[in-house]
Every structure is written in C-alpha cells, then in structure tokens.
Design a protein around this ligand. Structure first.
Ligand SMILES: *[C@@H]1O[C@H](CO)[C@@H](O)[C@H](O)[C@H]1NC(C)=O
Ligand SMILES: *[C@@H]1O[C@H](CO)[C@@H](O)[C@H](O)[C@H]1NC(C)=O
Ligand SMILES: *[C@@H]1O[C@H](CO)[C@@H](O)[C@H](O)[C@H]1NC(C)=O
Ligand SMILES: *[C@@H]1O[C@H](CO)[C@@H](O)[C@H](O)[C@H]1NC(C)=O
Ligand SMILES: *[C@@H]1O[C@H](CO)[C@@H](O)[C@H](O)[C@H]1NC(C)=O
Ligand SMILES: *[C@@H]1O[C@H](CO)[C@@H](O)[C@H](O)[C@H]1NC(C)=O
Length: 406
C-alpha cells in the first residue's frame, strides 16, 4: 500500500501546472483520508505490513495457509539414496519413478517464511530427550522423514535403529536423543495393533482402553499423534471388555461417534498423565488421499498415478477428507485447553490436498506379487495414500520444527 500511495504521489508531482498540482494534491489527500476511513482498507494495510517476512512473526502467523512454490535450489533437503533408514514403501526414485519434481516444492506460508530445518539444532533440543510419533503408517511416514532429515548430520557409528514390537527407536548416540515411532493406528486398543499383521476383515476397537499403548510413551518429551484413515468406514465393532475375556460385549457403533469415544479416551489419558512443564503434545490432522481423479478434473477412473504437478486451485479439498472428524479432534483439543493442557494441531490437511503428485503410486516395493491383470492397469494398485520421500512429510516436519522452537 505504501508503495501504491507513493506512485500516486509521484504521478501528482509530475503534473506541470501548479494549479493542477494543487488539485492533484487535494485529490491525493482525499484518497489518503478515504483509505484510512475504510475499515477493509485498513485491514488490507495491516495484511500488507504483515507480509514482510521476519522470523519473529512465526508465532503469530498461520503457517498452514499458503502455497507451494517450485524451488529446486533448496529442495530436496536430502537425497533419497543418502538416507540410511529409508523405507522401501516410500523410496519412489529407487522403485523407478522418473519425474522427480515432487521433491522440489517448498511450502510458502502467506504471511511469513518457514524457518529452515537445522538438524543440529533439533538434535541439541533433544539431547537426553525423546521425541515419539504415535499412530498409523502416515505418522510412520513422517517419522521416517524426520529420521532422514537429521541422520545425515550424524556419522554412522553414532546412530542406530532398533525395533521392539510396536516400537521402533532411532537413536543419535552422542546426543542421547531418541526419535521413536509407536504403532497404534487407532490410538486406543484394537485388533489392528500387531505392527506386521494388522490387515483383518473385521475391525474391533476397545474405545476405552489406551493404557497398553500409552505406557510405552509416558516419558516422552514431545509427542506427535495422528489417527484417521483406519477409521474410515461407516461402522465399527466396539468391544467392552478385553480381547481375552469370554464375556466381552461387542456392539456396532456409527462413525464418527466411535472416533469421538476413542479421541475422548486419548484426551483423558493426556489430561491425567502429561507433565505440563515437561512434555509438548501435537496432533497431526488427517493426511489426504488422491484416489478419485474426477475431483481435480482428471478423467474418471484415474487416480494419483501419472500425476506430475500439484493442484493449483486454491482451497482444493477432496471428498476423502472428512471435516467432521477433524472437528471432533479440534473440539477435544479446545476442551483440553480449558483444563490447562495445550495441544497444538498440525493442520497439514489443506496443504497436502494440493499434492496429488506426491504419492508413491506404483513406485514402491510391492509386498505381494502383482497379477497380470493388475500390471495391465497401474491405477488398480497405485498407492495414493502414503507419500514419497523426500517429499510432502518433510514439510510437515518443518512445521513441527517451527512449532517446537516457537
Ligand atoms: C531447476 O529447474 C530449472 C527449470 O526447470 C532448470 O532449468 C534447472 O536446471 C534446475 N536446476 C537444478 C539444480 O536442478
Ligand atoms: C545449524 O545450526 C548450527 C548451530 O546450532 C550452526 O552452527 C549451523 O551453521 C546451522 N546450519 C545451517 C545449515 O544453517
Ligand atoms: C538419555 O536420555 C533419556 C531420555 O530419553 C534419559 O532418561 C537418560 O537419563 C539419558 N541418559 C543420560 C546418561 O543422560
Ligand atoms: C522390549 O520392550 C519390552 C517392553 O514392552 C521390554 O521389557 C524389553 O526389555 C524390550 N527389549 C529390548 C531388547 O529393549
Ligand atoms: C515434571 O517435569 C519437570 C521437568 O522435567 C520435573 O522437574 C518435575 O519433577 C515433573 N513432575 C512430575 C510430577 O513428574
Ligand atoms: C485447519 O485448516 C482447515 C482448512 O484450512 C480449517 O478449516 C480449520 O479451521 C483449521 N483448523 C485449525 C485448528 O487451525
């Protein structure tokens, strides 16, 4: 705005006759008065002033609202083959993907810049501490990204990865820093809790029981949760009683009521167990899928397979992302705030919605051999749920990083 006013002013001084100059000055004055009288314009001026990027604005700026900018100078943050702990589920380049531009997009918030991720700073922050990701394979996706972001700055004898049941621990030995992932796709207890064999036809949830999982992360310094995709069905079987006991009661419960019950159990646990002066808690909002091409103007039957560019339509939102379920979590988080526990939502849904090209599609390890029929129709087995690395989850971690240090 200041620039615009200056343009008008310069135009006015350019008028030769002094009379014209006077009139121009008068008009200029009116414009200035009008602008300052108008509330909307005042808002606009404030917005424009906020637009100047400055690091101390991160705490007030909404980092989740912005756009993707192609930036192959600063991205990717690491090379896929250089990450010692990369997962074959996410290594798209290794499994034959040729267009690699999905690695080059930077997230640009509207009113500020994301702070640059610095692995050393993060490891220092977690010296003698523990960062734990708890949730499903999308959260594991983010955890692998986090490990890749930090591990390149640690020489190989000074780090290791260890699996113990549902818990995977990455350790930076010199820092005594742990970055862990705990498999609990529904957060509460369920019949999908086995870290390897969890694909069962019937989903049974003990919506009131979380202790069995929670005892593995009670001593974390930072907790990052998610839970969404495993709930995506109209009804679920809820179990009152234990899996072992013969007199458990099973009941079909509608979604999202069932989700609400589980999130309530989760929040009750946090309220009682989280040491407010030690532990920070984050919840990552739902990760969008790109299964239905017609939603972004591709032909019916298409999905994320063969997509090479992000969606540019501002505010794009796919039908797979259920706002009602997001509201369930938001309501619970705001309830916890009243009870003195501050949980930060990492609102990654909208920004990830744009990235229809960021999924592995067919470029990942296939755990089961593919049939002739599948091979002839790549869309039929494309993974449009997880994300290639380096890629979108790196930005989720940059957002987490920004919040940890704000
Ligand atoms: C970045 O992208 C531009 C435009 O596609 C290309 O000309 C340039 O070679 C790329 N630079 C790098 C470092 O990949
Ligand atoms: C990361 O931070 C450390 C200090 O914590 C600093 O010495 C280093 O230069 C930073 N690295 C980058 C790439 O900014
Ligand atoms: C190492 O870190 C853990 C937390 O993850 C902490 O409990 C322990 O005391 C630390 N060890 C030392 C020697 O500081
Ligand atoms: C694995 O975890 C269990 C607790 O679930 C613990 O008792 C055991 O010591 C752990 N094993 C290793 C090798 O860390
Ligand atoms: C909470 O954490 C702080 C900082 O680590 C510690 O000093 C305090 O003893 C803890 N409180 C409880 C009840 O464990
Ligand atoms: C998260 O983002 C969505 C869409 O951008 C928005 O509707 C919602 O209010 C946001 N929630 C929070 C807690 O910021």
């Amino acid at each position: 705005m200041a620039k615009k006013l200056q343009d008008i002013a310069e135009g006015a001084w350019g008028v030769r006759s002094s009379f014209h100059s006077l009139i121009a000055l008068f008009v200029f004055g009116l414009v200035v008065v009008a602008v300052y009288m108008n509330r909307e314009s005042r808002q606009m001026i404030e917005d424009l002033m906020l637009h100047q990027p400055a690091s101390n604005e991160v705490s007030t700026c909404n980092l989740f609202s912005g756009k993707w900018v192609f930036d192959n100078q600063s991205y990717p943050s690491y090379k896929e083959r250089d990450c010692s702990f990369m997962s074959d589920q996410l290594a798209c380049e290794k499994f034959g993907r040729k267009d690699l531009s999905y690695q080059n997009w930077r997230w640009q918030p509207c009113h500020c810049d994301l702070p640059r991720f610095n692995a050393t700073t993060l490891l220092e922050r977690f010296r003698d501490k523990k960062l734990v990701f708890v949730g499903d394979s999308l959260n594991r996706n983010q955890w692998v990204s986090m490990v890749c972001l930090v591990e390149k700055s640690i020489p190989s004898p000074l780090k290791y990865m260890r699996t113990n049941g549902s818990l995977i621990t990455f350790k930076a030995i010199e820092y005594n820093a742990s970055i862990e992932f705990y498999w609990a796709p529904l957060l509460v207890e369920s019949n999908s809790d086995d870290p390897v064999n969890h694909r069962l036809p019937d989903r049974i949830v003990r919506v009131q029981s979380i202790e069995k999982h929670a005892r593995h992360w009670t001593d974390a310094d930072v907790l990052v949760f998610n839970s969404y995709l495993w709930w995506r069905r109209p009804k679920m079987k809820v179990l009152w009683g234990s899996f072992e006991s013969p007199d458990g009661i099973f009941k079909e419960v509608d979604m999202p009521r069932c989700y609400e019950m589980a999130i309530r159990t989760w929040s009750n646990w946090l309220e009682v167990h989280v040491n407010r002066s030690k532990t920070r808690v984050f919840f990552v909002s739902m990760s969008p899928t790109h299964q239905r091409g017609e939603e972004w103007g591709s032909s019916p039957g298409q999905n994320c397979y063969s997509e090479t560019l992000p969606i540019s339509k501002e505010g794009y939102w796919g039908s797979g992302s259920d706002r009602e379920m997001m509201r369930v979590v938001e309501a619970e988080i705001s309830e916890l705030k009243h009870r003195g526990l501050n949980i930060q939502m990492l609102n990654i849904t909208q920004l990830s919605e744009y990235r229809k090209e960021g999924h592995p599609s067919i470029y990942r390890k296939q755990w089961e051999p593919l049939s002739e029929e599948q091979l002839s129709k790549p869309t039929s087995y494309a993974d449009c749920i997880h994300w290639c690395l380096p890629g979108v989850p790196d930005v989720w971690n940059e957002l987490l990083y920004a919040h940890i240090f704000s």
